[in-house]
Design a protein around this ligand. Structure first.
Ligand code: AN0
Ligand code: CP
Length: 318
């Protein structure tokens, strides 16, 4: 694997999940693979899980790991070409990227949507510049439109906990005080559409995601109806994708907060969320603290997802 920016890069998903579950049984089996290789993780945004799980994955593979928080101690970076740089940005990505590339073998990038331009975000301008100018393998640690390490970990978690051959999985919008990216639901939909599951998306009208990710998934504007008989509930907030409201909050309807009321009509569903989660906005304390909540197991699987991806990239470097 050269780069990892979406589900397509994994090839056969069943095989990828099998490989991940094998790695989970012995995560130090490949500790010589990354010898004398350096992983650089570049963060334009905050992170707890991605930072720790990806660094741990690199260490499990015997790599040296470096982390750069662009907003803490590095020069402020300009991202648009052609700008007269007379403002507060001291350096351009066009130099910073090849310089970063010169110090490492693999680069992980976290760079959220900026919501200033849908075109800039959905063309994946930032991560594509890393791919073009770093000269190194690049993987997404959540880009403007996708979070494929999260969705891979989610799929591994579903595979481990499913109680029927073809479970019903429901992605549900839930309220949040801030305008959040569509990256997590986009990638979750992308992976679920490829997996052998019955997939439903539910959200209030106006929160329709890009067709490129929704594809043939069933979309239901009635949350209670969507939850009926579900085996997994995957809650997430996202801001509007459709014009003219791109990046905007249309509603904070607290009736969408996942609570015992909705969980009661599911098939004793497991509860999932990528974290960080706003308690009693996205989900009630009772549901997230309940016996069917998988949020901690899901976060733990981020290490396995990252290790599977980095292992495949390292194998490509041999
Ligand atoms: C981010 C998001 O929704 O994309 C990161 C989630 C992994 N969440 C927040 O900013 C709260
Ligand atoms: N789920 C996830 O990516 O969490 P962080 O933002 O803490 O990395």
């Amino acid at each position: 694997m050269r780069n990892y920016t979406g589900v397509k890069d994994l090839g056969n998903l069943d095989e990828a999940v099998k490989e991940a579950l094998e790695i989970k049984k012995n995560r130090f089996a490949y500790k010589n693979l990354g010898e004398n290789r350096t992983l650089l993780m570049v963060f334009f945004n905050s992170s707890l899980r991605t930072r720790l799980s990806t660094q741990k994955a690199g260490m499990n593979l015997g790599m040296n790991t470096m982390v750069l928080d662009v907003n803490q101690g590095a020069w402020k970076l300009e991202t648009e070409r052609g700008v007269i740089m007379d403002g507060d940005k001291s350096e351009h990505l066009l130099e910073a990227i090849p310089v970063m590339g010169s110090y490492c073998d693999i680069i992980g990038v976290r760079s959220f949507a900026n919501f200033e331009s849908k075109k800039f975000d959905y063309e994946e301008t930032i991560i594509n510049q890393f791919i073009k100018y770093s000269g190194k393998s690049v993987f997404s640690m959540e880009s403007a439109t996708c979070h494929p390490l999260q969705a891979f970990a989610d799929l591994i978690t579903i595979e481990e906990h499913k109680e029927t051959a073809r479970p019903k999985v429901v992605l549900s919008w839930a309220p949040h005080p801030n305008a959040l990216p569509q990256a997590v639901p986009n990638s979750f939909a992308d992976f679920m559409n490829e997996a052998n599951i019955d997939f439903v998306i539910t959200h209030p009208k106006g929160y329709e995601l890009s067709e490129q990710f929704v594809r043939n998934a069933r979309v239901n504007f009635d949350q209670m109806n969507a939850f009926e008989g579900a085996d997994f509930i995957y809650a997430k907030n996202w801001s509007a994708f459709q014009d003219p409201n791109y990046g905007k909050i249309l509603s904070k309807d607290m009736s969408w907060t996942v609570s015992d009321r909705q969980m009661a009509i599911t098939n004793n569903a497991h509860f999932m969320h990528c974290l960080p989660v706003r308690r009693n906005m996205i989900v009630t304390d009772d549901v997230i603290d309940g016996p069917r909540s998988l949020v901690i197991q899901e976060a733990a699987n981020r290490e396995i997802a990252a290790q599977t991806v980095i292992k495949r990239i390292l194998e490509g470097l041999q």
